[in-house]
Write a protein that binds this ligand. Sequence first.
Ligand code: HAM
Length: 463
Amino acid sequence: MEEQDQNHKRSRGRHYFAPSGMHDILPQDQNVRNYVYETVSELASDYGFGRIDTPIVEQAELFSKGIGTSTDIVEHEMYFLKTKGGEVLALRPEGTAPIVRAYTEHGMHVWPQPVKLWYWGPMFRHERQQRGRFRQFWQYGFEVIGGEDAAIDAEVIQLMSNILKEFGLKDITIQINSIGCSQCRPYYKKALVHYYRPHIDKLCANCRRRIKVNPMRMLDCKDERCARFKQNAPQIVDHLCEDCRKHLKTLLEFLEEISLPYFLNPYLVRGLDYYNRTVFEIWPQEVVISEYKKGEGEAAKEDNQQSQSRESPPKFALVAGGRYDNLVKILGGRPAPAFGAAAGVERIIYELKRRNLKIPEPRKPRVFLIQLGDLAKRKSLKLFEELRQSGIKIASSFGRDSIKSQLKLADKLGVDYTLILGQKEALENTVIVRDMHNGEQLTVQMPKLHDFLKARLSRRAKK
Ligand code: HAM
């Protein structure tokens, strides 16, 4: 209701705004996103992942069954829509359940196993807005379905970490834990409930409910009243069955083998119910260090203070994932163990900017085409296309007619040469080539223009 009022106020006077927590991506924002996309795409291919795209909407039940009915995502954060045929769909809040659905729907279990898939796309969660927490955000992610080996866990963690390194994001911490399996986890849950129950009156309302429906989520509660109990809570590593213990040990040995530093966090749990065994998150290192130096209560207080400042490290995970060996079966497929992870694109871009990391500029145009008059404009359209197709990076502005404004734009783009095509040149089949570095102008015959430009541009590139 409050949000409806807010949106109504914002829309007063026929001005409309993007929905809360959702953003336009303007031309000036595209370069950094393309850079992130290109980097991810290249590494995905190096590691042998095939790209998959799934619909933005799915049957809502896919998520309630897959992610879990008592999770924040399913309880509070999904966007629903009802079709005219009465079907209840949901905007996807994450990519794993849809990919598992696609694995079974397309009979991927008969493909050579494991099947390695990667994705890039928008996700939707109706969350409380905070820094780095949006209602529409992009994720890239990797899923490996059909393999139980801890080497798969290590490979995906390594890939995620290498992508961050490729961006220059070096001071990061990989937090790892095992949350066991259906054999050993019930004993741990019992131990947790036993530990928290005497303090139940001191816990937040959410945790008083969680103790009954999802006690492990209590370990992730940010409320100061609950967080202070975490440090003495029982640890799952002490309750793992022999197979889960062995799986964790093997994974840690792999990580040591590839010299990937990690931090074993015995209280790391995840907000989605499909996980078993390995769970991991990658965080900015400063946050992890500061959180563990202080008592949890202080950390929560500081979070509020720091969120006021633009320079403080953001308290959010950049990457998160884990093993989900039962999800394929839960969603109606033939059982297949799996592992995957996803990263938040906006969070990564935020970190690149906060750390002033270099973002490569896109290839700039080196030539600008100016046209003056109707005949020149017609000839320019053709000339532009010919030069572009021959590999010369050229720009123009057919919407502008004054030479002054076109020259100003050419100057702003920092091109090496400007081609000027006026009425006279159009009639004589020539073009004026202006060197933007020294102002020198030459008239060149149109048929010789391509070779002339290529020679000049390559000479300048060698300088
Ligand atoms: P998740 O932890 O919910 O896991 O999200 C993964 C990443 O997406 C987060 O670490 C964060 O960077 C980004 N993210 C999540 N919510 C938001 C938000 N509201 N605004 C901005 N960024 C956000 C999953 O989604 C799992 N499907 C990951 C996975 C893949 N597990 C196995 N395979």
